[in-house]
Design a protein around this ligand. Sequence first.
Ligand code: GAR
Length: 196
Amino acid sequence: MKNVKACKIALLASGSGSNAENIVRYFEHHPKVEFPLILANKTEAFIHERAKKLNIPSYTISKSGFENGEALQLLQQHSVDWIILAGFLLKIPDNLLQAFPNKIINIHPALLPKFGGKGMYGSHVHEAVVAHRETESGITIHYVNENYDEGLIIFQAKCPVLPADSPEDVAAKVHELEYRHFPAVIERVVCGALTR
Ligand code: GAR
């Protein structure tokens, strides 16, 4: 559709950024979705290398830069419509929640409300899942609100956890679910909103 304004998505990541890269590649030939910038909160995060390869400008904004409005200013300068947290570990400050109401989406590597909250991220989640002898884990994609991992759930998918599985085994199964579902869920939510 020629006359439809493109939807601009900012990706936020704290570390490797494999989900962020997978999302950009999924939308490579999508006429309505653009990624004007990537934000990370650490200069050494590998996401910056991926951003270079993908030809997307990436910026490091510290925790205080998120809190004092620096990130917000950058996002507004790039006319961002949606914010996707793909392995982003800082709490989202009120200034962003207010500027992007119901426009910030996070992925969590477990079946919320289990194994969520402060300190529950990345490998810590999978270690807790194995320590609790869970028989399943999975992913939760949800809107972001003022509390860690408590926003409205958009989508969940499950994978089995076997008694012999290590936290690394669970992480691999969860990553596979993330790669398979996250881009398609973003497409449904973001492009669905465009046609509303
Ligand atoms: C992903 O598994 C994501 O679900 C998780 O961090 C990982 C980042 O991997 N996010 C959280 O734990 C948020 N609480 P990636 O950098 O390779 O995409």
